[in-house]
Write a protein that binds this ligand. Structure first.
Ligand code: FES
Length: 150
């Protein structure tokens, strides 16, 4: 009889368990991001100077391709005139990833309607500064992007 009452659950105790679990889950979602921010990542981000981004046949005029550049994202643009240009794809406003708009023939940030010309200059919207520019080199059929030396 005593063991039966030990394991019996009342409606009140079930609700207490759910409420307690909900509070723990809420605290976990609030505390975990703080720990992730404070503790260094176990995986170091590789320092990258040059990456192969694409072959020349992949990128048609008036298109672009996003690519990984170390721990960040870059955008390789082939202008309507056929030139290759590369920039950081991180918007200088609030760090959204920019994209290429073929209809506008320039780089655009969808987050707050920021616009950058084909030299990476901020031309409209809230971005306060130009996109960081990278160097582009075409070797044979391959396109390489490098960090710009200052
Ligand atoms: S983050 Fe790009 S315009 Fe705001």
């Amino acid at each position: 009889m005593a063991s039966e009452s030990r394991f019996s659950l009342t409606r009140r105790s079930v609700l207490d368990y759910f409420l307690g679990g909900g509070i723990l889950a809420l605290l976990g979602t609030m505390v975990y991001p703080v720990f992730r921010f404070l503790l260094p990542s176990r995986f170091a981000v590789a320092h990258v100077d040059t990456v192969r981004v694409a072959s020349t046949s992949e990128i048609k005029p008036n298109t672009a391709k996003l690519f990984r550049f170390g721990g960040s994202i870059g955008i390789l643009v082939r202008t309507p005139g056929g030139e290759y240009r590369a920039f950081s794809a991180t918007c200088t406003h609030l760090s959204c990833t920019v994209q290429y708009r073929a209809d506008l023939e320039h780089i655009w940030c969808a987050c707050h309607n920021g616009h950058f010309d084909l030299f990476g200059r901020n031309i409209a919207g809230p971005p306060p500064t130009p996109l960081a520019a990278y160097d582009v080199a075409v070797r044979g059929e391959e396109i390489f992007v490098s960090a710009r030396k200052v």
